[in-house]
Design a protein around this ligand. Structure first.
Ligand SMILES: Nc1ncnc2c1ncn2[C@@H]1O[C@H](COP(=O)(O)OP(=O)(O)O)[C@@H](O)[C@H]1O
Ligand SMILES: [Mg+2]
Length: 229
């Protein structure tokens, strides 16, 4: 038997409540999830069932009210999370980009984290951004454009490239093709599958079951803040 692979991502009894008293909403209720390196897990469910909240908790963008999220066995609540180990692709592609930053800077900023062994200079970053944009059908895009000058679909692809550029161990994608047409969307799904093929754990949230069926090894249906199991 092969040795057991330790999980890239693990959530244990994670809950998130918003507000207090009678107006309180439990967006995520005691959700547990384990994702192995190279595994692609889909999360499906109707609008408002807690998918985006769960994804933000898994990414460490937001802290759970209770429960723990661990990356490679290390709790995210600790003081020293590995920078860039889990990269989110958030549901709002425009709002997730810094409005002041040109495209090349948004895409390559994760390559400049202090812990990285080599950091490309400005010219190197522009070249990397140009190469990556070609892979998502944006070869001609102005590297100096700001998010406000781009379409939603263009912003979505820039946000995806940013999440993937530093080869994170965990990628958390919230409706990653929501602003893209079918042909571009197929290319993005192929790109995400390739990332998992190289060993990243991938969680993809979508209300579109057809997208999840082609991409994922398993699909979990979330209802009322709960995951099955
Ligand atoms: N920041 C927030 N403040 C208050 N309520 C929120 C917040 N984020 C999400 N919610 C509520 O949590 C529930 C789940 O929302 P969400 O995670 O966005 O669902 P989904 O992504 O499945 O549509 C909804 O009732 C939503 O209104
Ligand atoms: Mg959502």
């Amino acid at each position: 038997m092969p040795p057991p692979v330790s999980p890239a991502l693990q959530a244990v009894d994670v809950s998130r409540r918003y507000g207090r008293g009678r107006g309180a909403v439990t967006a995520v209720a005691a959700a547990s999830l384990t994702v192995a390196p190279g595994e692609i897990v889909g999360i499906h469910g109707s609008s408002g069932c807690g998918k985006s909240t769960l994804l933000r908790l898994l990414a460490g963008v937001e802290r759970p009210t209770s429960g723990t999220v661990s990356l490679a066995g290390r709790p995210l609540a600790g003081r020293h999370p590995v920078p860039g180990a889990a990269m989110p692709i958030l549901q709002d592609p425009v709002g997730s980009l810094d409005p002041r930053w040109p495209v090349w800077r948004s895409i390559t900023e994760p390559l400049t984290a202090p812990h990285r062994p080599s950091r490309p200079d400005r010219a190197g970053r522009r070249e990397i951004a140009r190469e990556r944009l070609e892979t998502v059908g944006l070869a001609g895009l102005d590297l100096d454009a700001r998010p406000g000058e781009l379409s939603r679909g263009q912003c979505q692809r820039v946000a995806i490239l940013r999440a993937l550029v530093a080869e994170p161990a965990v990628v958390l994608a919230d409706e990653p093709t929501s602003a893209l047409d079918v042909s571009v969307s197929a290319g993005i799904l192929h790109l995400l599958a390739g990332v998992a093929g190289r060993g990243a754990a991938l969680v993809v949230v979508s209300h579109d079951l057809a997208v999840l069926d082609v991409l994922c090894h398993r699909v979990l249906v979330m209802t009322g803040g709960r995951l099955p199991g």
